[in-house]
Design a protein around this ligand. Structure first.
Ligand SMILES: Cc1ncc(COP(=O)(O)O)c(C=O)c1O
Length: 419
């Protein structure tokens, strides 16, 4: 590659100039920018080193704190010993797909054919990585809400596509403004990824909004992907699937996850369901990318999907914890509200602490870790907000209450001021 412009140095490996442009090309690994989550990790390490006596109050973790239900683990223990579960699972076993269809019918009244309208995925994250491969050619656009889960956008870019960001603003009820999308973008857009209940804002979709989304999809010939990762953690009203809407299946798919609502975050399983042609195309891409999740895990997850008690218990726990968090944060000046769903509380960041003024939420979060070892996640995509997760570690309600008391005491010392 001697004739290529080189930014390699003697310390670089011989293939430094071979890295693909999508990950930075020859500059790969040389950037000085530090990503948000790495900054948080570093700030946590520093706070622990400087104040070893001070317990970290960690509201930054976005993962369920409990393991899967005992009954689910029991199924896993049995299935793991069966010789018929040893092999490639390809695009999923019938038992899991049938359990997913039963779940969609029981929970939402949505009737799906388990053979043609459901396909498993090794967690929903890989599904977002693969769906752009189904639709995106160079120059095509994916509409993505921000703040949000970025994976489909990253892979859109990998395929030479563009991402058009739709900010979720409080003044719009955290719904994207579909009417404000420029005509040129609408013309080139092929996919729109939405997520309800929304992470991190906590907004739940209304039927009116979903109706508008379906009309928008038809008018502009855009496929809808609805991310339902948090759907069983719906606190205002009943959990509501996009596929409950008349005509939704005509315009897209909904992606479900075993992670949040069933405490199976590390087991890696989810499913894509909806329009059979999109499900089929997804399955084709998937078949060329992986060989399916371990069948024992699929059987265990099928048992979880068939047990309505499991998500109810998880829902009760996180609803209780979110309520306590709302009270604790409001006691120190936040204007936190119970979210419509998700185990996150998304609250406007303070503008100052005493004399110290903040430019953005990231500065606030670093300050809270340094000053009081209180960890949360900043979002600055659509105004400065902090995300507090109810997945913190506490073994019982008494410990939860103690943690809330400690949070109020520590944040109370900082003289936080809000706009
Ligand atoms: C909004 C949202 N969607 C999807 C995912 C991916 O979940 P999983 O891959 O565990 O199914 C997450 C995980 O954090 C999420 O927050």
């Amino acid at each position: 590659m001697a004739d290529q412009p080189s930014s390699s140095t003697a310390a670089d490996p011989w293939f430094q100039n071979l890295f693909a442009e999508r990950i930075g090309g020859a500059k790969y690994g040389k950037g000085t920018e530090i990503y948000k989550f790495e900054k948080i990790k570093r700030a946590k390490r520093k706070a622990l080193a400087e104040h070893p006596e001070r317990k970290l109050l960690d509201f930054g973790i976005g993962e369920n704190d409990d393991m899967a239900a005992a009954s689910v683990r029991e199924v896993m223990k049995k299935e793991i010993d069966k010789v018929e579960n040893r092999g490639y699972a390809d695009n999923g076993i019938a038992n899991y797909k049938e359990a997913a269809a039963e779940f969609m019918q029981r929970q939402f009244g949505v009737k799906l054919d388990p053979i043609t309208e459901i396909c498993h995925a090794i967690g929903s994250k890989p599904a977002y990585a693969m769906l752009p491969a189904v639709f995106i050619n160079p120059g095509d656009v994916t509409l993505m809400t921000v703040p949000g889960y970025p994976v489909a956008g990253t892979h859109t870019r990998y395929y030479g596509g563009e991402v058009h960001r739709l900010p979720l603003l409080e003044k719009n009820g955290f719904f994207p403004d579909l009417d404000g999308i420029p005509a040129d973008i609408k013309k080139r857009a092929k996919l729109m990824v939405i997520n309800f209940p929304n992470s991190p804002t906590g907004a739940v979709a209304t039927k009116e909004f979903y109706k508008k989304v379906i009309e928008f999809a038809h008018q502009n010939q855009i496929v809808i992907v609805q991310d339902a990762a948090h759907i069983l953690l719906t606190f205002s009203g009943e959990p509501f699937s996009f596929l409950q809407m008349d005509g939704a299946k005509e315009v897209g798919v909904e992606v479900h996850s075993m992670s949040k609502g069933f405490n199976m975050i590390g087991w890696r399983l989810g499913f894509v369901c909806g329009h059979p042609k999109i499900v089929q195309a997804f399955a084709d891409v998937k078949d060329n990318s992986d060989s399916g999740q371990f069948m024992a895990i699929q059987h265990a997850a099928a048992a979880a999907l068939r047990n309505p008690e499991i998500p109810i218990q998880i829902w009760e726990k996180y609803r209780r914890r979110i309520k306590k968090l709302v009270d604790a944060l409001n006691a120190v000046g936040f204007q936190a509200k119970m979210p419509g769903g998700s185990y996150f509380l998304y609250a406007k960041a303070p503008i100052s602490a005493g004399e110290l003024k903040f430019q953005n939420a990231e500065e606030v979060s670093t300050f809270l870790i340094h000053e009081q070892s209180v960890c949360c996640v900043p979002w600055d995509d659509a105004g400065p907000y902090l995300r507090f997760s109810a997945t913190y570690i506490a073994k019982d309600e008494a410990e939860e209450d103690q943690l809330m008391k400690e949070t109020v005491e520590r944040l109370g010392r900082l003289k936080l001021q809000f706009a």
